[in-house]
Design a protein around this ligand. Structure first.
Ligand code: CMC
Length: 427
């Protein structure tokens, strides 16, 4: 009708006002509540960033931060019947399928009143539950996928440490606790921090839109997980590892760059380019650093695995070295290949002119692979980190006044009014 502007992909439409995250794409800047992502990655922790995103300010004291951490750790436990619920998924279920269903099911366990009746404390509690329980559910999805018993979170572990414990504590240890390696714990913490929020991406916009109907927060987050699941959004880190393995050798880089530039070839350089960043994604540099640290630790773990004496007395959880994991030497080779590929692309006119730089996904898959996390879990890890962003945006939306249910219009391209012919006329 001409009354509405067509904007598929929302490339020129602001869907909301938000005070949570700022991105300057051309400059490659990402700020959470005004703090630069690189500063947060170097000086803060995932849970401190959760506090910041949810509350708008940093914790005012060590004690306030410690209280927040304690609250999250307490909420990492899930109702026993939720464990039965997860056990009911068929063998071979994708961990994201388990997550989307189980997070939706949280509505049945933790939602006592309608959103309209939730006061500030109830909204804050729901937010903490989302942050805490998504980590536990992701780990349960993994344990279920490999047919191992679920573990319980521990009060003496950090959030990242608990996640690794829940994923990798091994039945071989007969309940004896083995702390996950520090380097992996730190890497998971920074990985989650780097994924915590990214303003109005597809999954966050989905959460806000679902929230606009006053659906309960757990259902809204389940909708966000569904949106994240697709390869165009949460699945790119997995695609990078697959691509590197396909390229296989440095000598084949020119061939793959040629393919990426060929408009008749559907191949794209995975982990390169971004809708918003027309500069280096500030998270990519941090991710490269993490990948290197994780590969060095994996080399240490592999040495232990290949020495029966060291293996028996190892203080690391046995599960951290799944036998089907990619060996450290292979991951280091892929890392070198990724570095060469990045260098070659950054010198290529095609990528320079289009301002295509590595994004957060370019090195993140290698970091997770080195930790021993299977590719089927990569998007779940993204969801565990992004949970706080989703629920912060949900809170911001439901606490805003005035607010409106999201209801986009469309440009109708179908038939005009037609006379309805009877079935006899049509026969
Ligand atoms: N390899 C080769 N060419 C590319 C690539 C790439 N990775 N990315 C963009 N281009 C080209 C594209 O073909 C187009 O060329 P032309 O102007 O000649 O038609 C130009 O660059 C502009 O790209 P676009 O497709 O208009 O950009 P977009 O904003 O629609 O897409 C993107 C952004 C991330 C989907 C895309 O860059 C891409 O598919 N990258 C690979 C997948 C990937 O790494 N995804 C992860 C994104 S970061 C996740 C997050 O932040 O949460």
């Amino acid at each position: 009708t001409g009354l509405y502007t067509l904007d598929p992909g929302f490339t020129a439409t602001s869907s909301c006002r938000s005070a949570i995250t700022y991105i300057d794409g051309p400059a490659g800047v990402l700020l959470h509540r005004g703090y630069a992502i690189n500063d947060l990655a170097a000086k803060s922790s995932f849970l401190e960033v959760c506090y910041l995103l949810l509350n708008g300010t940093l914790p005012s004291s060590k004690r306030q931060l410690a209280m927040f951490k304690l609250e999250v750790t307490r909420r990492m436990t899930v109702h026993e019947r939720l464990r039965t619920f997860v056990s009911g998924f068929p063998d071979g279920a994708h961990p994201m399928a388990v997550m989307v269903g189980t997070v939706g099911a949280l509505s049945a366990f933790y939602c006592r009143s309608s959103v309209g009746k939730m006061d500030e404390a109830a909204r804050a509690l729901a937010a903490i539950r989302v942050v805490a329980k998504l980590a536990t559910i992701a780990a349960m999805a993994y344990k279920h996928s490999i047919g191992q018993p679920f573990a319980y979170p521990r009060r003496d572990l950090s959030f990242a440490g608990n996640f690794l414990h829940l994923c990798f504590s091994s039945p071989l240890d007969q309940g004896e606790f083995k702390p996950p390696p520090k380097a992996f714990e730190e890497a998971i913490d920074v990985f989650l921090l780097l994924h915590a929020d990214h303003e109005q991406n597809a999954s966050t916009s989905t959460v806000r839109l679902a929230g606009s109907s006053e659906a309960n927060p757990f259902a809204c987050v389940a909708a966000g997980i569904a949106s994240l699941w697709g390869p165009m959004h949460g699945g790119a880190n997995e695609a990078v590892v697959t691509m590197l393995r396909e390229i296989g050798d440095e000598a084949r880089i020119p061939e793959f760059l040629r393919r990426a530039k060929d408009k008749n070839d559907p191949f794209k350089l995975m982990g390169f380019g971004h809708r918003v960043y027309k500069n280096v994604d500030p998270r990519a540099k941090e991710m490269r650093r993490l990948a290197l640290a994780c590969i060095a630790e994996r080399e240490r773990q592999d040495a232990i695995d290949n020495d029966p004496d060291a293996y028996l007395t190892s203080s690391a959880p046995v599960g951290l070295s799944p036998t089907d994991a990619i060996p450290a030497a292979e991951i280091r080779r892929l890392f070198k290949l990724a570095t060469k590929l990045e260098e070659a692309a950054l010198e290529d006119d095609y990528f320079v002119q289009r301002k295509l730089f590595p994004n957060v996904d370019f090195y993140s898959g290698l970091a997770l692979t080195a930790i021993g996390i299977p590719t089927s879990m990569f998007t779940c890890l993204f969801a565990v980190g992004r949970a706080v962003g989703w629920i912060s945006h949900w809170k911001e939306f439901v606490e805003d006044e005035p607010r409106k249910i999201g209801r986009p219009r469309q440009l109708y391209v179908g038939e005009k009014l037609r006379r309805f012919p009877t079935i006899e006329e049509r026969d």
